[in-house]
Ligand binder design. Structure first.
Ligand SMILES: [Zn+2]
Ligand SMILES: [Zn+2]
Ligand SMILES: [Zn+2]
Length: 145
C-alpha cells in the first residue's frame, strides 16, 4: 500500500501529516488511539491530527472502533485495496480487545452476517462487535510470573 498513491486515489491533498499518519496505520497492523498517534507524532498538534483522522474516516481509509472503556481506536480499511464503494461499505468484521494491554485489532475473518429482513427494512450505519479477552502477549507474560 503506497501512501502517496492512496491519498491521491481518494482525492486528498498530500500533506506531511497525512503522509505520516497513513504510514503509521500501514505499519501498525493494529488499531491506534489518539494518544498512540500523538505519542508517535510528537511535532503534530492535536487539531491537525483530529482533522486528519476525520478526513481519513470520511474517505473510508480508516474505520473507528470504540473499545469497552469508551476509548476510540482507528484501523486501516483493508478492503480499500480491492473495491471501493464509498458510503455504502459496512465494517461487519469483529474486533479483539485485550483487557490487560488494551491492544485492539481487526479480526477480518470474523464477519457478522446481517439478517436479510433487517437489511431490507432498516438502514444499518455501523456495526460494533468487540471480543474481549487476553492477547497472546499478555498470556505469555502471565505464564512467566
Ligand atoms: Zn472501511
Ligand atoms: Zn494484551
Ligand atoms: Zn476493523
Amino acid at each position: 500500500m503506497n501512501v502517496e498513491e492512496t491519498l491521491k486515489k481518494v482525492g486528498l491533498r498530500l500533506t506531511d501529516t497525512r503522509k505520516a499518519v497513513l504510514s503509521l496505520f500501514i505499519d501498525a497492523n493494529k488499531a491506534l488511539s489518539h494518544s498512540d498517534l500523538e505519542e508517535k507524532l510528537a511535532d503534530c498538534d492535536k487539531v491537525t491530527l483530529y482533522r486528519t483522522l476525520s478526513s481519513f474516516l470520511e474517505k473510508d481509509l480508516i474505520h473507528k472502533i470504540v473499545n469497552p472503556d469508551g476509548v476510540a481506536f482507528f484501523a486501516l480499511c483493508k478492503h480499500h485495496e480491492h473495491t471501493h464503494h464509498a458510503h455504502t461499505h459496512l465494517h461487519n468484521h469483529g474486533h479483539f480487545v485485550c483487557k490487560i494491554c488494551k491492544e485492539t485489532r481487526c479480526i477480518e475473518d470474523f464477519e457478522i452476517e446481517i439478517p436479510t429482513n433487517l437489511l431490507l427494512n432498516s438502514q444499518i450505519d455501523e456495526i460494533s462487535v468487540v471480543l474481549q479477552g487476553t492477547c497472546s502477549n499478555c498470556i505469555k507474560i502471565q505464564n512467566r510470573v
